[in-house]
Design a protein around this ligand. Structure first.
Ligand code: SAH
Length: 235
């Protein structure tokens, strides 16, 4: 098997802390037919909810394989719980956003529909994004999946803001760039479509308790805004 860590990590939602565990479907196919795993090989499994384990392959069948847990560990996710609520950029740009946000440790991504949105992702597209999250977790060593929420309308997003959450609306203009570093409470950044948020949307957000925020002097694409914010808060 390859020595690249990403290729020896497999997503296994039913992983247990000890005993035997089965790997099936896509992940098993990848292990058996792409990486040519052999009995006795040691690989890493993670359950997407914080549990990871070194496991030894005991049995390989055509479509699934069995492993024995050698050692498991449970780790906390990032210290800062970051949500990115974002209009969906076109085509590959959304894949890129999902991959990079996962690598950086964003907890949750909420695809938004706003007044000027041009892309309304179908649920099949979001299913594909969930696969991108798994691939990015395998590659990056992250053991918690980034959650992808159902597509959410701006008004519904605003109605769910609670007082524990610091919510920022990225809007070009003369708004402060917040100082993020010292605080650990959950934070959410909302990002608009290429046409921007309307004034009505920004006003509704501030009325709901969010703060307008600048991300610098230049206009960023949606995915750049998401990654720049995540990197600044989480690195
Ligand atoms: N044409 C729009 C910009 C759209 S960019 C306009 O001029 O207003 C897409 C989204 O990225 C914006 O809605 C905003 O949420 C975010 N964004 C891009 N650049 C930004 C900046 N410099 N400051 C704050 N938000 C920004």
């Amino acid at each position: 098997m390859s020595s690249d860590t990403g290729s020896r990590r497999f997503f296994c939602p039913q992983l247990a802390e000890s005993g035997s565990v089965e790997l099936a479907e896509t992940e098993a196919h990848h292990a058996i037919h792409v990486l040519r795993a052999r009995p006795g090989d040691v690989v890493e499994l993670f359950d997407g909810a914080g549990l990871a384990a070194s496991c030894r392959i005991t049995t390989i069948r055509k479509r699934d394989l069995e492993l024995e847990v050698i050692e498991s560990r449970r780790g906390a996710d990032r210290q800062i719980d970051v949500t990115i609520a974002t209009a969906v950029p076109k085509g590959d740009r959304f894949d890129w956003l999902v991959e990079k946000a996962t690598e950086l440790g964003v907890s949750r991504l909420i695809p938004l529909v706003t007044a000027r949105s041009v892309v309304d992702p179908r649920s099949s597209k979001l299913e594909k994004q969930r696969q991108t999250v798994i691939a990015a977790c395998k590659q990056s060593g992250r053991n918690h999946l980034m959650q992808i929420s159902p597509v959410t309308k701006w008004s519904d997003f605003l109605s769910e803001i609670d007082s524990k959450q610091r919510v920022f609306v990225a809007h070009p203009g003369d708004h402060p760039t917040e100082a993020f570093f010292s605080e650990g409470s959950p934070m959410t950044l909302a990002i608009g479509p290429e046409g921007g948020f309307t004034d009505v949307e920004v006003n509704a957000a501030t009325a709901a308790g969010a703060r307008a925020m600048s991300l610098g002097r230049y206009i960023l694409r949606i995915e750049t805004a998401a990654v720049a914010f995540a990197a600044r808060v989480l690195m």
